[in-house]
Design a protein around this ligand. Structure first.
Ligand SMILES: Nc1ncnc2c1ncn2[C@@H]1O[C@H](COP(=O)(O)OP(=O)(O)OP(=O)(O)O)[C@@H](O)[C@H]1O
Ligand SMILES: [Mg+2]
Length: 347
């Protein structure tokens, strides 16, 4: 049946042509790759695997662009003690998506703690100074992003926000819009990834762990009980249910135990070496210096303490060596008499 075969062939060709003309069947408007963002996070954030897995699903969902149109693209709350990577995670996402660690709009809720500062979010109400300009803390470009890239907003220390500010925020989470009191301006959050961070509950969870370690339950071989239950109680103390209801995912960041110190040190060293490579130099650390830099780490203060030691003790010595040996490209840092000494690397 040559005739039918010809028809079938012609049909197939025309379908293929139509497909080619209309482009790939399902292309996302977003030009970021969830895998690339995740690779960046996994390289630079340690000890928070569960949170990262949850973020990966969020990125995939955003890329597929199937969310409700009248809401922000995603709303996440990061809980956890100080210095464990909450803010750093958002900065890394911004870097991976926008090529810039500062490609996000950060609002420090601590500075908005007083009621009347709610106006700083939305511009002053009509009749107040500044109401004409509609001045607000939001950086519009960073909030709204672009057609191919989501905007990113970070509300830091959300538990410090006043009721008034929380109410404003509730509206944003609900409708994806923030209408200025003057009524003639609005900020659109429908193309935005919203992240919020809070220490709420971190202290309670820590205290619970501590009590357990000292208490009789441990001696009887009982488990410490669900940290989630404690977290939820603390959350309910700080936030209204209607606020919590509008959050897509609440992620807990763990406190960083000593096991992660070496990895943190390596991340910091890799960062320094990247900067040094612009000066055609590389640095290695002696094992004794490595353990010295990790010493005195206190989990209660998170990674910051160690990073401070790195910056205050190591970097000045490196700077001096760079200037003293302009020809040298490989340096090593050692511990000598309790101090850091940087010299030319010898095999
Ligand atoms: N889990 C981690 N992995 C890698 N680096 C980390 C991690 N936690 C913290 N750091 C490092 O410590 C610094 C402080 O962390 P970050 O700003 O994320 O703290 P935070 O959790 O937001 O704390 P806070 O609640 O005090 O704001 C970061 O710049 C980062 O370099
Ligand atoms: Mg932070």
């Amino acid at each position: 049946m040559p005739f039918i075969n010809e028809r079938l062939e012609a049909n197939r060709e025309s379908i293929a042509k139509n497909r080619a003309a209309s482009g790939p069947v399902r292309a996302s408007r977003f030009r970021f790759e969830p895998e690339a963002v995740m690779a960046r996070l996994r390289e630079n954030i340690v000890g928070q695997d569960d949170a990262l897995v949850a973020l990966e699903s969020m990125l995939v969902r955003v890329k597929a662009d199937i969310g409700e149109e009248s809401r922000p693209l995603a709303v996440h709350l990061f809980l956890g003690p100080t210095g464990v990577g909450k803010t750093e995670t958002v900065r890394l996402i911004a870097e991976a998506i926008h090529g810039n660690r500062d490609g996000l709009c950060r609002i420090d809720m601590n500075t908005l703690a007083q009621e009347h500062y709610a106006a700083a979010l939305t511009g002053a109400p009509p009749g107040y100074v500044g109401s004409k300009e509609g001045h607000s803390l939001f950086d519009l470009d960073k909030v709204q992003g672009s057609f191919s890239k989501p905007g990113i907003v970070l509300f830091d220390e959300i538990e410090k926000a006043s009721k008034e500010v929380t109410r404003t925020l509730l509206n944003v989470l609900d409708t994806g819009r923030l209408v200025f009191p003057s009524g003639n301006r609005e900020i659109d959050f429908r193309n935005t990834l919203i992240f919020m961070t809070s220490n709420a509950g971190a202290l309670d969870a820590e205290a619970h762990q501590h009590r357990f370690r000292k208490g009789w339950r441990r001696w009887l071989g009982l488990s410490p009980g669900s940290g989630d239950a404690i977290r939820d109680t603390a959350l309910r103390r700080h936030f209204d249910p209607e606020f919590l209801n509008r959050i897509d995912q609440i992620l807990t960041f763990n406190s960083l135990t000593d096991n992660w110190l070496e990895a943190l040190l390596d991340i910091e060293l890799a960062g320094l070496n990247k900067r040094l490579s612009r000066k055609h130099a590389q640095l290695t650390l002696s094992p004794a210096l490595r353990s010295e830099l990790c010493r005195g780490y206190d989990a209660r203060y998170g990674a910051r303490e160690m990073l401070r030691a790195f910056r205050q003790r190591l970097e000045p010595a490196v700077a001096r060596a760079l200037l003293a040996y302009p020809e040298c490209s490989r340096f090593s840092a050692e511990l000598k008499d309790g101090g850091v000494v940087v010299g030319q690397y010898v095999e």
